[in-house]
Design a protein around this ligand. Structure first.
Ligand code: HEM
Length: 156
């Protein structure tokens, strides 16, 4: 009788241990999913540093820098663009910022931006991300957020 009771207790203990292990591994998965792109990118300081490098790359890129001539010549206008880009990346990646700029359609309306120009700007962003050794996963996650904006920017 005692042996049977002991065996039953052992079975219950094994089941509980397994259930606990499974629930723990579930928690691990959820924690990974909960880590926002904003956090994985390194937060606001990392996003600001990448944005500054991105703007420097654009300013040096003869394929598109003429587009930003008037912006670069006016420091408060350049500052506003920088802040809008930082807020846009921060908010889009799940960070605690609010993008207060124009919609992408309104900001680029009438510019007639070509696909080649769009690709050049994305390449300047990728170069900035690579300069700061942002891993492929985070790089692709950020590009996946910006990619859909293409239809509001190119050919308008
Ligand atoms: C995913 C791609 C792009 C993103 C996320 C983006 C983002 C932005 C943002 C946030 C603004 C500021 C909006 C505001 O003032 O409220 C802006 C303005 C502007 N963008 Fe883009 N843009 C993209 C592509 C391009 C391309 C390809 C060009 C040209 C080659 C371009 C040229 C400009 C110009 C000239 C302005 C105005 C800057 C100023 O206010 O002085 N953008 N863009």
């Amino acid at each position: 009788m005692k042996t049977k009771l002991f065996k039953n207790a052992a079975v219950v203990f094994t089941i509980l241990t397994l259930a606990f292990a499974v629930s723990c591994s579930d928690d691990d998965d959820e924690m990974k999913e909960d880590t926002s792109l904003y956090t994985r990118l390194g937060g606001i300081d990392a996003i600001s540093a990448v944005t500054d490098q991105f703007l420097a790359n654009v300013a040096a890129d003869s394929k598109i820098n003429a587009r930003f001539e008037a912006t670069v010549a006016n420091s408060s206008r350049l500052q506003l663009l920088r802040n809008n880009l930082i807020d846009q990346i921060c908010a889009g990646s799940g960070g605690p910022c609010q993008y207060k700029g124009k919609t992408m359609a309104a900001a680029h309306a009438g510019m007639g931006i070509t696909q080649d120009e769009f690709n050049a700007l994305v390449a300047d962003l990728v170069a900035a991300l690579e300069k700061f050794s942002v891993p492929a996963q985070e790089k692709n996650d950020l590009l996946a957020i910006l990619g859909p904006m293409q239809s509001d920017i190119v050919g308008k």
